[in-house]
Design a protein around this ligand. Structure first.
Ligand code: FMN
Length: 159
């Protein structure tokens, strides 16, 4: 039998970074704060990005099959805060955030450490998040710096 408390405690010990996942659908763009992200292959370069099924961004990734991950720097907690609010509630999250469109057409945060852009090559739709497997087709470094870690924010997303 699963020990619910042990499961929660141990899953919360998995370290995570914080990213803004930029998405698009046609001319529309959006972005959300993502933490369940990791590299999944060297060759081809793959990442997994686990996206909440009922989020606006999920529908947009399903439709466009692309996403971009902007890597936030330590100290950019307020940026992460801007992007964890749902678009359907707050409207355009990019209104006061400088961004540009990458090769995939997905928005990239200008004031971030850098980014990778991905084309979706697989998806596991089993739980309340879809595990999108993305092949990295473009990448860029904006500046040197240390990444923003979930653990440093005092927030929890997991368990
Ligand atoms: C610390 C933190 C980490 C998060 N990590 C993820 C994640 O990895 N995947 C995800 O789908 N949502 C994650 N979220 C939730 C989304 O940011 C949130 O559902 C957002 O409102 C979705 O926006 P949208 O509906 O405009 O797409 C996280 C939220 C917080 C506060």
């Amino acid at each position: 039998m699963l020990d619910e408390q042990a499961k929660k405690t141990m899953l919360r010990k998995i370290p995570h970074g914080l990213y803004v996942c930029g998405v698009k659908d046609g001319d529309e763009v959006n972005g959300f704060t993502a933490s369940w992200v990791m590299q999944a292959s060297f060759q081809p370069p793959l990442v997994v990005n686990c996206v909440k099924n009922d989020s606006g961004s999920h529908a947009m990734i399903k439709s466009s099959q692309v996403f971009a991950l902007s890597v936030l720097e330590e100290g950019q907690k307020s940026m992460a805060q801007t992007f964890f609010k749902p678009q359907r509630r707050v409207g355009n999250k990019f209104e006061e955030v400088e961004f540009y469109l990458g090769e995939t057409g997905c928005p990239i945060i200008t004031d971030s450490l850098g980014y990778v852009e991905c084309r979706v090559v697989g998806a596991v739709e089993h739980g309340d998040h879809t595990v999108f497997v993305g092949e990295v087709i473009a990448a860029g470094v904006h500046r040197e710096g240390n990444p923003l870690l979930l653990e440093s924010t005092g927030w929890q997303y997991g368990g």
